[in-house]
Design a protein around this ligand. Structure first.
Ligand SMILES: Nc1ncnc2c1ncn2[C@@H]1O[C@H](COP(=O)(O)OP(=O)(O)OP(=O)(O)O)[C@@H](O)[C@H]1O
Length: 937
């Protein structure tokens, strides 16, 4: 056998075997395969598999397919997709498969079919590699192999996907798309120069001025050595005054013209740079406006802001200084080379050979420098985002006492920045230094050669003098390029970030041949609509709803159930993952986007205004509205009288974000803006939840008036307004679980009835001044289920009404201080701190929910931190008050019944919470592998 193998090797297969060996090693590592018994066996398996790759099939692909089939029991149908995919991963840098364009990924089904017929082009191989890498990353080797093994003939791929990953094929493709990097692979200096030239194209006159200036400078520098040669050989050596005077005149004249050309260059670059940069700013800003919320979610706001400040500055500097400098010095070097050939071809060949070597070296270092500059930009963006988040959340950081932890994270960021910038500067400087070093070495070599050749008279003294001049010009140019390279390289990093945004496909949904919707709206329908934000799980599932309009529709349900998502889909902030939404009988995707938007107005809880006057803030609802229409909208929003009472009236400046006005006033301006559009569909997303109770009561009455005769979709946590609604849609876990009128839903006794029961008997009166709760309602709190009426009446009397602003921490995990609370208005987030300092939301507590019961028992610490998400109205009870009531019933030294009951209930709740906490922590420790049982669709 050995002899046989040796013969084969000698038969010219060496290079093939080496390649197969390399591929096999990579594939074994990728698929975690045990190495075979002996090298001979491996060699023979390789050869057998390689030999199977006859005809036009790649022997390496045959080897991978052999390993998949023989060692991993994958069926024939999987060998195309995964064979090509794994081979691609093994032979290319895995990173490459991240950069598949989102538009290019196509569907897995089609890809598998193409690869089955072995018609894989390089793009198919890249896609197969990208899909294989995605499965490996998201579902591990087991998941990938489960997919591959499931691809038996005749089994639909959707079924294979569900079995292997718990997700439908469509969801898997969406998830795959989401994991692809939106960054561009590292680019070099040349593409940046090409981009810059493209940018400058609209400014032809200045470009011509610039090019003429550069050509004049180049011509002068190129001619100078020839004139020096003439001056030396024909003038000074031959004692010819005429030649001397003529050459001197040329040198001085050329000098003056070149100086003028320098001024022209300065003038044109200082015009071109800022103009071109403004164009880039416009492009990026327009792109931001053209990107959907889904695409924007992929960029950090810190990155985007620093793109407009730091990045633009760096690019401008490159366009004004570095690029023109490098181009003109490059021309100069080219001109010098031509002169060198004219002067003496032998010296020129030697010069060119040395220079080729001299340029090759810096190119290699330069590539590393470009990569380092990009890495530095990424780190800068991360730090900017971190600082922004820290400043915004400073109060939360203080209250949670996680300052030291944030400091540690900050140290981590600046450490990363140090590493990245150290590398960036080192590589940038090294590129310059290597360039100078290489050119200087070449210079020395050529001067030496010239001197030796002049000894035996092969070249004249004039040529040597001219060459020295040439090389000085050459060295000077190389030095200048070396100095200009670091800022240019820095600019490539910045440009790369900018181009990552610019390369995103515009995906604000816009119907290609969208129809204008100008009919009266008679119907809104959701037909089996499902949606996922991230591709990871469905946030809305199979929602079907068909309602005539105008009608008032409430969307209710627990936090996170998908209510706001319905608003997002209806307003086409996102498009449904599957299913359709109809206005009358037209799919909203077929409606021209402008026309669709003009049909509707959204008022949500964010009342931030734009910097500018009140009039401006209302008018942006419809730019062509007249002053009279503006006033009418303000009157309908019941804010006109207030505006009229201001000294500057409608011209009053609202300050940054509108901070000179109260929350209620800001919200009325937002409502006036919405009404100015006279929308057929009014979308309210918790429009009053950020306001205090008094402002909420007033604005609710305004909203009730302005929503008549429109299709109103109102997301609300507080059910008090629901009895007046024409339709109530109840959501839970992304599904529309109930729909009907208030009475019907109460009779149904389902989710809505439960929510109503929780909120009923807690009444808010007097614009939030008074909150009442009945004894019967108190009894429904498990803690008080068995407490006698008399005690409950006492507890009711001791409850204190508290009005609390948003973002107030009411109890802190691990501490025993605090009170017992019942929520009458608003929502409260209960969270726990994880080991890595991040916090995990356990529950969103809503009206009728209670928390802080742990405070009622001596020494029992709070298991979670509770923080208000909105301004809240709470009923609270102190430990002392409860104890006082308990003491009234204490006959012996034993615990009273009340205390026993509370302790027992607490035990149960605590157990349940701990179980939930454990499972969530375990779940969050392994986010990459969702259990197939949690099928999202
Ligand atoms: N931009 C987003 N990216 C990813 N997931 C999101 C995004 N917005 C919402 N979600 C998730 O989608 C689910 C539904 O959210 P949605 O905001 O529609 O619920 P909701 O019922 O309106 O909740 P709330 O009452 O708290 O506002 C939640 O699990 C939420 O975490």
């Amino acid at each position: 056998m050995k002899q046989q193998l040796r013969d084969l090797l000698q038969g010219g297969l060496n290079s093939n075997i080496r390649r197969l060996d390399k591929v096999e090693k990579e594939v074994r590592a990728l698929l975690e395969l045990e190495p075979p018994e002996s090298p001979e066996e491996r060699l023979s398996a390789n050869l057998r598999a390689g030999a199977a790759g006859r005809g036009d099939q790649d022997p390496a692909l045959a080897l991978v397919q052999h390993l998949l089939a023989e060692r991993l029991a994958c069926p024939q149908r999987a060998l195309g997709l995964f064979g090509v995919g794994i081979l691609h991963l093994a032979t290319h840098k895995s990173e490459e498969s991240r950069y598949v364009g989102l538009d290019d990924i196509g569907d897995v089904e089609g890809l598998a079919a193409r690869l089955d017929l072995k018609a894989a082009g390089p793009e198919d191989a890249l896609r197969a590699g990208a899909f294989t890498r995605f499965l490996l990353d998201a579902y591990g080797l087991e998941g990938m192999l489960a997919f591959a093994r499931g691809m038996e003939k005749g089994v639909p791929l959707d079924e294979v996907a569900r079995k292997a990953t718990g997700k439908s094929l469509a969801m898997l493709e969406l998830q795959w798309g989401e994991t692809l990097s939106r960054e561009q692979p590292a680019k070099g200096l040349w593409p940046f120069v090409v981009w810059t030239v493209g940018l400058l194209r609209p400014y032809r006159l200045f470009c011509i001025l610039l090019v003429v200036g550069i050509l004049i400078q180049t011509a002068y520098a190129t001619m100078m050595p020839i004139w020096l040669n003439d001056l030396f050989d024909d003038g000074i050596t031959a004692q010819n005054a005429a030649v001397i005077w003529r050459t001197l005149a040329l040198l001085v004249g050329g000098f003056l013209v070149t100086s003028a050309a320098g001024v022209a260059i300065d003038f044109s670059v200082s015009t071109l740079g800022p103009r071109a940069l403004n164009d880039v700013r416009t492009q990026v800003f327009s792109k931001l406006l053209a990107l959907s919320s889904r695409s924007l979610n992929h960029f950090k706001s810190g990155d985007i802001v620093s793109m407009f400040s730091a990045d633009m500055q760096v690019i401008e500097n490159a366009i004004v200084r570095a690029v023109p400098g490098i181009v003109s010095k490059g021309f100069l070097m080219l001109g010098s080379l031509i002169t060198a050939v004219i002067l003496d071809w032998r010296m020129a060949i030697a010069t060119i050979s040395l220079l080729v070597v001299a340029f090759w070296l810096p190119r290699r270092v330069g590539r590393l420098a470009v990569r380092a500059a990009y890495a530095r930009k990424v780190e800068d963006g991360k730090l900017a985002g971190f600082i922004r988040e820290s400043v915004q959340l400073l109060p939360v950081i203080r209250i949670l006492g996680i300052g030291a932890h944030r400091r540690e994270q900050f140290d981590g960021h600046i450490d990363d920045i140090y590493q990245a910038s150290h590398r960036q500067f080192l590589m940038g400087e090294l590129t310059g230094r290597v360039t100078v070093f290489a050119i200087s070495a070449a210079q020395l070599g050529i001067i030496g050669l010239g001197a030796i050749l002049s000894l035996n008279g092969t070249v004249s003294g004039g040529v040597v003098v001219a060459y020295i001049g040439l090389l000085l010009a050459f060295g000077g140019s190389a030095g200048a390029i070396a100095a200009l390279l670091p800022p240019a390289i820095q600019a490539v990093g910045s440009w790369q970030r900018v181009s990552t945004v610019l390369a995103q496909p515009d995906d604000i949904p816009e119907a290609a041949a969208g129809t204008v919707f100008d009919a009266p709206l008679e119907r809104v329908a959701f037909d089996n609509v499902s949606f996922s934000y991230s591709g990871d799980r469905l946030n809305l599932q199979d929602v079907s709803l068909d309602t005539p309009t105008p009608r008032r529709i409430a969307l209710v349900g627990p936090s996170g159930s998908g209510k706001s998502t319905v608003i997002n889909l209806l307003s086409r902030n996102y498009d449904a993952t599957s299913g359709s939404i109809y206005l009358n009988d037209t799919d909203i995707r077929d409606i021209d986007n402008r026309s669709l938007r003009s049909l509707m107005a959204v008022v949500n809880q964010d009342t931030t205004l734009f910097e500018g006057s009140i009039a401006y803030n209302i008018r942006i609802g419809r730019m062509d509205a007249s002053d009279e229409e503006l006033r009418r909208a303000a009157k309908a929003a019941e804010i006109h009288d207030f505006i009229a009472s201001l000294p500057a009236g409608y011209d009053t400046n609202v300050g940054e974000g509108g901070k000179l006005l109260s929350g209620g006033q800001r919200q009325r301006i937002v409502i006036a803006r919405a009404l100015l559009r006279d929308p057929q569909i009014l979308l309210l997303d918790e429009a009053t939840s950020a306001l205090d109770a008094e402002a909420e009561a007033a604005i609710n009455s305004t909203l009730a008036k302005v929503s008549a005769d429109r299709a109103l979709f109102s997301v609300t946590h507080r059910l008090a307004s629901c009895p007046d609604m024409d339709l109530i849609c109840v959501f839970r876990d992304g599904r529309l679980v109930e729909q009907g009128r208030h009475d019907e839903l109460l009779r149904l006794g389902g989710v809505y009835a439960g929510m109503w029961e929780k909120q009923a008997d807690i009444s808010i009166a007097n614009a939030g001044q008074d909150v009442e709760i009945t004894v019967d309602r108190l009894r429904k709190i498990p803690l008080f289920a068995n407490v006698p009426d008399a005690d409950l009446e006492r507890i009711r009397g001791k409850l204190r009404v508290e009005e609390v602003e948003a973002d107030t921490v009411l109890s802190i995990e691990g501490t025993t201080a605090g009170r017992f609370y019942i929520i009458a208005r608003g929502t409260v987030e209960s969270s726990v701190l994880l080991g890595d300092g991040s916090s995990l939301t356990m529950e969103i507590l809503e009206v009728g929910d209670f928390f802080g019961e742990f405070a009622l028992i001596e020494g029992l610490p709070n298991p979670t931190t509770c923080r208000t998400r909105h301004p809240c109205l709470l009923l609270s009870l102190s430990r002392q008050d409860l104890r006082h009531i308990a003491d009234l019933h204490r006959s012996t030294s034993e615990q009273s019944d009340l205390e026993k009951e509370i302790a027992a209930t607490l035990d149960r709740r605590l157990d349940a919470k701990l179980d939930e906490l454990m499972s969530r922590r375990l779940g969050s420790a392994n986010p990459k592998r969702p259990a197939p049982a949690q099928a999202a669709d």
